[in-house]
Write a protein that binds this ligand. Structure first.
Ligand SMILES: [Fe+2]
Length: 265
């Protein structure tokens, strides 16, 4: 079913580029591919997901009310050898997908049906009765942000002049900033995240445990993140979290993405 769903997404994206009659033509194409078993609800989620393919946040709210798994912004082997295709396969295909699947099972009957992913994360944060809902929603958001925080080696773009100046002001240099991120990645006890954030004109490095995210903190704008859950690195680096973090920060940071986030801070 998962393969059929991915195939349907690709089909929907291809056809929506060609025709204003997307639904009819996509349904016909899906029929030809033997996807008759795909329900209308699933089909509408596919179409909605395809239509929102260029927006991280919009990708995560389908017209049918379901939260969808956003596409990776690169091929699964594009981050190798720092992060292998095998790691991405499990991390994105199993863990990230798992949070999406679980959240969609949890949402019905709650006040968060039809809300955007960000609204679910913010609305459930710090509320014990919604802890499981928050954990899954925040992990979806965090992982999407993580994938976009990375880029294939040599394709991460340049720091904007504004972010470069802010990094120099807050850390002294880009190298010091990366050292602070590596230190946070190493010192986060157990599972969690290392973040570069902007707050009140200052840049900071912070770490969060489990699914916690700076997204829920007033006045704090996440700029980039490094996932330090063991599933992010264990297949490639085993227990060497520090080496994983250092390699990511040296080779895979998407500075263009961080700069765009800083411009919106
Ligand atoms: Fe992860």
């Amino acid at each position: 079913m998962r393969d059929s769903f991915v195939s349907a997404i690709m089909t929907a994206k291809k056809w929506m580029m060609k025709s204003p009659n997307l639904e009819r033509r996509t349904m016909n194409q899906m029929h030809k591919q033997g996807l008759e078993g795909v329900s209308r609800r699933t089909f509408m989620a596919v179409v909605a997901g395809a239509a929102a393919a260029n927006s991280v946040s919009a990708q995560q709210t389908a017209a049918a009310g379901a939260i969808t798994l956003p596409e990776l912004p690169y091929a699964q082997d594009a981050l190798a050898p720092v992060i292998s295709a095998q790691t991405i396969g499990f991390h994105y295909g199993k863990h990230h997908q798992g949070y999406v699947t679980t959240l969609n099972k949890l949402l019905p009957g709650t006040p968060f049906v039809g809300k955007t992913l960000e609204e679910v994360v913010r609305g459930t944060a710090g509320k014990a009765e919604y802890a499981v809902l928050f954990n899954n929603a925040a992990q979806i958001w965090n992982h999407t942000f993580y994938w976009h925080s990375l880029a294939p080696a040599g394709q991460g773009g340049q720091l904007s002049a504004g972010l470069s100046a802010a990094i120099d002001k807050s850390f002294g240099s880009l190298e010091k900033c990366k050292e602070a991120l590596a230190d946070a990645a190493l010192k986060q006890f157990g599972s969690g995240w290392a973040w570069l954030v902007a707050e009140k004109g200052q840049l900071k490095v912070v770490k969060t445990p489990n699914a916690e995210t700076p997204l829920t903190q007033d006045g704090v704008k996440p700029l980039l993140t490094v996932d330090v859950w063991e599933h992010a690195y264990y297949l490639d680096w085993q227990n060497r979290r520090a080496d994983y973090a250092k390699a990511v920060l040296e080779k895979l940071v998407n500075w263009k993405f961080a700069s765009e986030n800083f411009a919106k801070a």
